[in-house]
Design a protein around this ligand. Structure first.
Ligand SMILES: NC(=O)c1ccc[n+]([C@@H]2O[C@H](COP(=O)([O-])OP(=O)(O)OC[C@H]3O[C@@H](n4cnc5c(N)ncnc54)[C@H](OP(=O)(O)O)[C@@H]3O)[C@@H](O)[C@H]2O)c1
Length: 281
């Protein structure tokens, strides 16, 4: 092949474009999910379904997304409140989404929960709740949406599942007074789930990957950030001297949804400024 032929890349200027794609974001009403939803819409998605338990929070998120000045004409965010922890709610979620689309291109399986309490008194109910939402519900969200995800997917243009894990699923999470054992092992399981599903669903033209964020200020993380010495202290600990920002997670989710990541399947991508390599999370 000549050098002239080798430098030709197919429509490279649009390699990150999500023009006309349909996305579903669980835990999309705030935090990482809402940042990602904003990125998906601004990258060209035509429909972004926002789901979480609280209807009002979903509606407010959707109103903010629909007011974005640079989304494509006709593009819309749609509120579909549902509790990802309940099987019947996941069935209803899939049925509701099916009323307004015949397929889904991108699923950001992001809803999650945590619990902090020391080893000796760590409650069984909290352990179960965290494992259920962060692992089992992720699996069944993907299972219930699989018919929509496969409806238009092809080997050339596969659908995407992106699972929100955590660096706490790579290293160990918090120990001591506010220990998060269930969170840490649930996120390790979420990473392994992405690898399993990459192999299971790859032949059905669905690529599955996990992201592993470090600390991003959010409702869930802010308490733990304070307990660990505060925002400034954690910024100094991070090799790149900062914590996660909305654009960081939005950019990563857009990348993993785009043609640019078309050969990535079963990967886990950290977004933590390198903090995981210093050993303390
Ligand atoms: N922020 C971080 O530093 C960080 C780091 C690593 C990983 N993560 C992960 O990132 C994901 C998002 O966390 P976040 O930091 O953005 O937290 P957040 O701001 O507290 O958002 C959590 C989202 O999940 C929804 N949710 C909770 N339980 C749900 C359920 N049973 N069914 C459906 N939706 C539910 C919440 O809405 P409702 O309350 O309305 O249900 C909300 O939209 C989680 O998986 C978390 O483990 C976060």
């Amino acid at each position: 092949m000549s050098a002239e032929e080798q430098v030709k890349l197919k429509d490279f200027g649009n390699i990150f474009s999500l023009e006309g794609k349909v996305a579903v974001v669980t835990g999309g009403s705030r935090g990482l999910g809402l940042h990602a939803a904003s990125g998906l819409l601004q990258a060209g998605c035509s429909k972004v379904y926002i789901t979480s338990r609280k209807a009002q929070a979903c509606d407010e998120a959707v109103a903010a997304l629909n007011a974005l000045p640079n989304k494509r004409p006709g593009a819309e965010a749609i509120s579909v409140p549902a509790d990802s922890a309940k099987m019947e709610e996941l069935d209803r979620l899939a049925a509701e989404i099916s009323k307004t689309t015949d397929h889904v291109d991108i699923l950001f399986a992001n809803a999650g929960a945590t619990w902090g309490e020391k080893f000796d008194t760590h409650p069984e109910s909290a352990f179960s709740k965290v494992m259920d939402l962060n692992v089992k519900s992720v699996f069944y969200t993907i299972q219930k949406l699989a018919p929509l995800l496969t409806a238009k997917a092809t080997a050339e243009d596969p659908s995407r599942v992106i699972i929100t894990a955590s660096v706490a699923g790579i290293g160990i999470g918090t120990i001591g007074q506010n220990a998060t054992p269930s969170y840490s092992v649930s996120k390790a399981a979420a990473i392994h789930l992405a690898k399993n599903l990459a192999v299971e669903l790859g032949p059905r033209h669905i690529l599955t990957n996990a992201i592993a964020p470090g600390f991003y200020p959010s409702k869930m993380a802010s308490g733990l950030i304070e307990l660990k010495g505060g925002f400034k202290e954690l910024e100094q600990y991070s090799p790149n001297l900062r914590l996660g920002r909305p654009e960081d997670v939005a950019g990563l989710v857009v990348f993993l949804s785009s043609r640019a990541s078309g050969h990535i399947n079963g990967a886990v991508i950290t977004t933590d400024g390198g903090a995981v390599h210093k050993g303390r999370l």
